[in-house]
Design a protein around this ligand. Structure first.
Ligand code: CA
Length: 228
């Protein structure tokens, strides 16, 4: 059974969300402010977190940042107020997986929740081991840490996810659209340019010669693949 943590201060919305999620077979827990949200997220094991932006004490962005800083990669769906365009970009940058503007249809929320859970399961199932090594690079999937010659490499949440997906599906060629779907999720940042930029950053950080990458390869006319 999947466990969902609802971090939301609107009493009524918490009730509606809990009821609906429970009737769909989810187990739910909730936190009424940002601090409680951070505490629960770090203590409990949740499969997904619904995170409101406007929260008492600590706002949703900071909660998201804290959760990611702790090394957790639990899927986070942010609930933003209407027309907060800039804010949703910020949320995604801070490591949220998706966002939904209020007010939303419950059906829409459930679809997003299920898509995020499917994606996170696919990533987990594809994982053959707790870690992976190539050349002088060491990847720890559990802690979301990468080292190069023993020194930590600073990767953003999305860079790590992209690297993980490529490594777990190594040898296979993935189109930019496929990578967007698998790593960013539908409706996130709908541009394949995002993929190219992240690939370039990963090469910069991981390849001994980023201009002639040996591991994160371009397959012209198709996309990218990882080769150990
Ligand atoms: Ca609120």
């Amino acid at each position: 059974m999947s466990r969902v943590l609802i971090v939301e201060d609107e009493e009524g919305l918490v009730l509606t969300l809990s009821d609906r999620l429970q009737s769909e077979g989810f187990e739910t827990d909730f936190a009424r402010d940002g601090d409680e949200g951070i505490k629960k997220a770090s203590e409990g094991s949740y499969d997904l977190i619904l995170l409101d932006v406007m929260l008492p004490k600590t706002n949703g962005y900071d909660v998201c940042r804290e959760i990611r800083a702790s090394g957790s990669r639990v899927p986070i769906l942010m609930l933003t107020a209407k027309n907060e365009t800039i804010d949703k970009v910020l949320g995604l940058k801070l490591g949220a997986d998706d966002y939904l503007a209020k007010p939303f249809e419950m059906v829409e929320l459930l679809a997003r929740v299920e898509a995020l859970l499917r994606r996170s399961e696919a990533l987990t199932n594809g994982r053959s081991a707790a870690g992976f090594q190539f050349e002088d690079i060491d990847i720890n999937f559990k802690n979301a840490e990468v080292t190069r010659e023993g020194e930590p490499v600073d990767l953003s949440a999305m860079e790590f996810k992209l690297l993980q997906f490529l490594v777990e599906n190594q040898g296979e060629v993935h189109s930019r659209d496929e990578l967007l779907d698998a790593v960013w999720g539908y409706d996130a940042m709908p541009t394949t340019r995002t993929v190219d930029v992240h690939i370039a950053w990963l090469r910069q950080k991981l390849e001994s010669n980023p201009k002639r990458p040996r591991h994160i390869q371009t397959v012209h006319g198709f996309g990218y693949k990882f080769v150990a």
